[in-house]
Design a protein around this ligand. Structure first.
Ligand code: ARG
Length: 459
């Protein structure tokens, strides 16, 4: 069948121009949303007396039959049309004739595509949110499993202070909780209906936008028809939400790669989520983590892409806007599949308690606690810091650790030291002393786990 706009043209478009112009190869992904929106539109046209009840019924039945044929595989490929909207209309007219030609009354492809895309985006926000909930649950479970493990915390990737291992997992749970919150807020802004905006200026037909809005589950019809057909903020927000989630995932991947390496040995990524080398028999590589880290660029790519598409186009609809979709679909699959595989991989990984506990004792990671010991006995913190610095230097020069220094040795630096210095600076004691709200002690981490679970249950 011909193009929807054939009438004005005497010649046909060049083959390459068609291929360049067509969006059917990718916008067919919205076939279901296109049918849903058209059913609502036809129902409204019938209710408002703009088309007859018979035509309304023929259109709704025709579209339902097309849906059934796609779902059953009877229609297995979409071709022979410019885009999914033209494909559906052609198919409908083929089946029901003139009634089908009435579907596009009081509608333009401009408000149609904006509506379809928002319906699709709404689903994408929901899918992303569900995957993030599963991931956050997996993290908090890992935190709970490893409450009795101490790991060294790092700054500048140098050992800093010991902490309850659960604290590490909970940190990422907090990031993904914020992501969930962001996705919900974005979804709310996206859930506004452009349908009824027409080409750009509304329509002279007595349409009922509140009815289509209700039928399609939008919160409200858009207030300005020009904005309605040209606004793609929701796509840019989706790109940003995905980008930040990918950034959080990428950091987690980097930590997992480092902590599971031989030099650290705190984490073991299970065999199911590791790969080997074709030449080096000993290798167990963290490919999944590296792939997620690498795929982060694709989400950032779409964010740059959509912002650039939007930045200079005049109101209202311009064909540039057709460039909003391919990146969106890629961004969605990339982000959700990354979130899902991370949740699985976390579920299967283990923490090596022996290596983590031992590493937390090493490299003077309890030095802050030595300084705090003195400060709590009245030594000004800055002086205590200096004394402890000298103790660390002494240990390095004499091949000692903070834990195996004798009380007598400690007392050569300050007479405030008593025999309780040694037990108070074990890694476990140091971690557990950080009992402040949101701190790294086992007690604080347990409280945070409860808080994360309660926030998850409110979603
Ligand atoms: N395929 C188009 C898109 O994705 C549909 C809108 C076409 N509108 C137009 N005036 N050419 O944006």
């Amino acid at each position: 069948m011909g193009k929807l706009w054939q009438g004005r043209f005497s010649g046909s478009t060049a083959k390459n121009a068609d291929t360049f112009n067509d969006s059917l190869p990718f916008d067919q992904k919205m076939w279901s949303e296109d049918i849903t929106a058209s059913v609502a539109h036809a129902t409204m046209l019938g209710e408002c007396g703009i088309i007859s009840k018979e035509d309304e019924k023929a259109i709704v039945d025709g579209l339902s039959a097309i849906r059934a044929d796609i779902e059953s595989g009877k229609i297995s490929e979409f071709s022979g049309a410019e885009d999914i909207h033209s494909f559906m209309e052609n198919e409908l007219v083929k089946r029901i004739g003139d009634a089908g030609k009435r579907l596009h009354t009081a509608r333009s492809r401009n408000d149609q595509v904006a509506t379809d895309f928002r319906l699709y985006a709404r689903g994408a926000f929901d899918r992303l949110k569900s995957s993030l909930v599963v991931l956050t649950e997996a993290l908090v479970k890992k935190a709970e499993e490893n409450l009795d493990v101490i790991i060294p915390g790092y700054t500048h990737l140098r050992k800093a202070q010991p902490m309850c291992c659960g604290h590490f997992f909970n940190a990422y749970a907090e990031m993904f909780l914020r992501d969930i919150d962001r996705v919900r807020a974005s979804r709310k802004r996206a859930n506004v209906m452009p349908l009824g905006s027409g080409a750009l200026a509304g329509t002279s037909y007595p349409i009922d936008r509140n009815l289509t809005c209700k039928l399609l589950g939008f919160d409200t019809p858009c207030e300005n028809s020009i904005d309605g057909v040209s606004d793609r903020d929701f796509a840019a927000e989706f790109a940003f939400d995905c980008s930040l989630t990918m950034s959080h995932l990428s950091r987690l991947c980097e930590d997992m790669i480092i902590y599971s390496g031989g030099e650290f040995g705190f984490f073991e990524i299970s065999d199911e989520y590791s790969t080997g080398s074709s030449i080096m028999p000993q290798k167990k590589n963290p490919d999944i983590c590296e792939l997620i880290r690498g795929k982060t660029g694709r989400a950032y790519g779409y964010l740059t892409d959509i912002l650039t598409v939007l930045k200079g186009i005049p109101l209202a609809y311009d064909k540039d806007l057709q460039e909003d979709k391919e990146g969106f679909f890629d961004c969605e699959i990339t982000t959700i599949s990354s979130v899902e595989i991370m949740a699985e991989m976390l579920g299967a990984m283990t923490v090596n308690k022996k290596a983590s506990d031992a590493a937390a004792e090493e490299d003077f990671s309890c030095a802050t606690d030595v300084a705090d010991y003195l400060a709590k006995k009245g030594v000004p913190f800055r002086t205590a810091h200096e004394i402890t610095g000298a103790i660390v230097r002494y240990c390095i020069e004499n091949n000692k650790t903070l834990q195996n220094m004798t009380t007598e040795e400690y007392r050569t630096f300050s007479d405030k030291f008593e025999p309780d210095i040694t037990p108070s600076i074990s890694a476990k004691a140091c971690a557990d002393s950080r009992n402040s709200y949101g701190g790294a002690s086992e007690k604080s981490v347990k409280e945070t786990i409860l808080s994360i679970r309660s926030r998850l249950s409110e979603i």
